[in-house]
Design a protein around this ligand. Structure first.
Ligand code: GTB
Length: 212
């Protein structure tokens, strides 16, 4: 069984690990599953071959024995469901870990993505200066809430899980903004995730790939 991920041929971040293949690589490393990558350019992503894998023309996609998946959250849950290490056995703890994956992509990630849009896409619009503080407020609200929940725990709900993997991946996008440092327990939480050997391997592989 060969697993193949599509990844940026050259990630625009030059290998800082911010593209969404990193979270999938990390999950595969956590469960000890080898994989191959298929690089695609921005042009390739919009061609029929890739649109068959992901109708939205994005990376990452995941192929395994004729199964083709897109959406990093769905891919993560598929990987986590097949091997021990990312989801607890206890049904209630498992359901809570899955809840945290959704919280990461559905509740915390959207305002963070808005910040990228506000800076990179809308930065030159006449109203950009008025909008930015509102976007920052929405992010701070989520960070405050998450910080209160985490308190001084290592992970969101007991042992490290897929929920932490996704939440750390989502929060990493904020590092350049400095916002994360306003919440020291969240900054430490992200650092804890990044210190995991599986993350280190995933990061090193995507870095080497993007700098080949
Ligand atoms: N909801 C989907 C998922 O979770 O898988 C979103 C997938 C997605 O946004 N993929 C992006 C993509 O394919 C790459 S990760 N974009 C190309 C397109 O839409 O045409 C987003 C990303 C890109 C670049 C950086 N960077 O350079 O810092 C960071 C994150």
């Amino acid at each position: 069984m060969t697993i193949t991920l599509t990844v940026f041929d050259r990630s625009p971040d030059g290998g800082r690990g911010l593209a969404r293949d990193t979270r999938v690589r990390w999950a595969l490393e956590e469960v000890g599953q080898p994989y191959e990558v298929r690089p695609v350019t921005f042009e390739d992503m919009k061609q029929p071959d890739h649109l068959d894998r992901n109708p939205f023309g994005q990376i990452p996609t995941y192929e395994e024995d004729g199964l083709v998946l897109f959406e990093s959250g769905s891919i993560l849950l598929h990987i986590a469901g097949k091997a021990p290490g990312l989801l607890p056995e206890d049904p209630q703890a498992r359901a809570r870990a899955i809840t945290w994956v959704f919280a990461a992509v559905n509740t915390v990630e959207p305002p963070i993505l808005e910040l990228q849009n506000a800076k990179l896409i809308e930065g030159d619009k006449p109203w950009a200066g008025d909008r930015l503080p509102m976007v920052l407020d929405r992010i701070r609200k989520r960070l405050r809430e998450l910080s209160v929940h985490l308190e001084d725990a290592d992970w969101l709900d007991g042992p490290f899980s897929a929920g932490d993997l996704m939440m750390v991946s989502v929060l990493q996008r904020l590092k350049p903004s400095g916002l994360l440092d306003e919440y020291p327990n969240l900054a430490a939480y992200v650092a804890r995730g990044e210190a995991r050997p599986a993350y280190q391997r995933a990061f090193a592989d995507q870095y080497a790939f993007n700098n080949r």
